[in-house]
Design a protein around this ligand. Structure first.
Ligand code: ZN
Length: 434
């Protein structure tokens, strides 16, 4: 059974996720190419991921898998031959998906190809140009302002060729064929919170689920954002009717509070389960209404796909200053925050796994609990008073229509208490699973 709590190994798990993020950090990833492939191969050393290669030109609904981008080196040298911008120092220095270039030019010619953050003059921005041919460099604003007129040597040793888009997938079979999706994007270069923390949390969560003989079948997908998700959906269209619900996992390593973004409908099981767990943690959290913006939740919410996929992050995209900059580095994320994120994911899916519907075998007035040893039971979760109320609520609501989460919400009790007394009542054959 998927555990509700992972407190025992908390610091160890946090450190393990941080170490994985640290190992992946230097790699220059993109939506295709060797950096993405290498990242997935490292994840493969942790969990038995299957890598899929979808060739350039493969249609994916209204899109086409793009040419594969690879980069070996990039720099700008001044007329004295000094490298003033160097991809080897930080891979954010190159506009991701830049076309190759090798030429000399003046500052005036170079300027339209330089991207900076005037408001945060010491940070390098993360910029991409996936679907229109362009080249460029990203630097700190301070560096741009200090650049003199000169004759600059501009080199981007990249290639855009026929190749493939890589994604990784692990299916963890459950008792039921109904599927739960866990989606982590892995196309960002050296950024820690925005993508590496999500990858690390899903890796550890997958290990916990694999060890738990789950009720549902889990599909953990590591793919580039947007085009990767669109490609995965188009390749798996025939399987989508088996998907019960899902979660997009990203931005899980910063010390900010957790934020749950609702599905389009807003009242799906994944919404109810996530919000119940968050409310009962007694820690501040944010609830975000659905919007067709952000990460891959918007692909799942499109009219033809329409799957209930929520998103649990810590501080959301765009809501922390370091987002998409060189300051989203290993010092922004912490082992503790990642362990806390993992614990919350675990509790949410443990709830979903244990959310059964029961029917009473004694629907005429209340059954006599004393003769079954169920009156004022102790042990399990909750205080004796809470357990007593939980028993009365479960018996009252066991008409085959309410799931345990419904009952927990109505009783204003933690799901675990309701689930624990329901298991006891079922063992005593007072109620039965529907
Ligand atoms: Zn991002």
């Amino acid at each position: 059974m998927l555990p509700f709590q992972i407190n025992s190994d908390f610091p160890v798990l946090g450190q393990r996720m941080y170490s994985l993020a640290e190992r992946l950090f230097p790699i220059c990833r993109s939506i295709t190419g060797n950096g993405l492939r290498e990242t997935l191969r490292i994840v493969q050393q942790e969990i038995p991921l299957t890598l899929h290669e979808v060739p350039t030109g493969t249609p994916a609904f209204d899109w086409v898998v793009p040419r594969e981008w690879n980069i070996r080196d990039a720099y700008i040298k001044n007329s004295r031959g000094e490298k003033i911008v160097d991809f080897q120092q930080n891979n954010l220095h190159v506009l991701n998906y830049s076309t190759p270039i090798n030429t000399r030019m003046s500052l005036e010619e170079l300027r339209p190809h330089l991207f900076t953050l005037p408001d945060m003059p010491d940070w390098i921005p993360h910029r991409t140009s996936y679907f229109n041919n362009n080249w460029g460099f990203c630097t700190t604003h301070r560096q741009l302002e200090a650049l003199p007129d000169d004759d600059y040597e501009v080199v981007i040793d990249s290639s855009l060729e026929l190749g493939s888009l890589t994604y990784g997938e692990l299916t963890i079979p459950g008792e039921s064929e109904e599927q739960i999706l866990l989606f982590a994007h892995c196309c960002h270069p050296s950024l820690a919170n925005d993508n590496l923390s999500g990858i690390a949390v899903v890796v550890e969560l997958a290990k916990i689920i694999r060890a738990s003989s789950p009720r549902f079948t889990y599909r953990c997908v590591f793919s580039p954002a947007a085009i990767g998700c669109i490609t995965w959906l188009s390749q798996n269209q025939s399987e989508l009717s088996k998907v019960k619900l899902g979660m997009v996992a990203a931005l899980l390593g910063d010390p900010g509070q957790l934020s749950y973004k609702k599905t389009q409908a807003g009242n799906a099981l994944i919404d109810r389960a996530s919000l119940h767990i968050l409310r009962h943690r007694n820690l501040p959290f944010r609830t975000l209404e659905f919007s067709p913006f952000g990460y891959d939740e918007r692909q799942f919410a499109s009219p033809g796909i329409n799957l209930p996929v929520g998103r649990l992050t810590r501080t959301p995209n765009g809501a922390y200053p370091e987002y998409h900059t060189s300051a989203d580095n290993m010092s922004l994320i912490t082992p503790n925050a990642m362990a806390d994120s993992l614990a919350t994911y675990c509790a949410i899916f443990a709830l979903i796994e244990n959310n059964h519907v029961y029917k009473s075998n004694f629907p005429y007035c209340e059954p006599q609990l004393g003769k079954r040893g169920l009156y004022r039971t102790t042990g399990g979760h909750g205080t004796p008073e809470q357990r007593q109320m939980a028993i009365l609520w479960v018996l009252n609501q066991a008409n085959g229509e309410h799931d345990l989460l419904d009952i927990a919400e109505r009783a204003d009790l933690q799901f675990e208490i309701i689930a624990s007394v329901a298991a006891e009542l079922a063992a005593a054959e007072v109620i039965r699973k529907v």
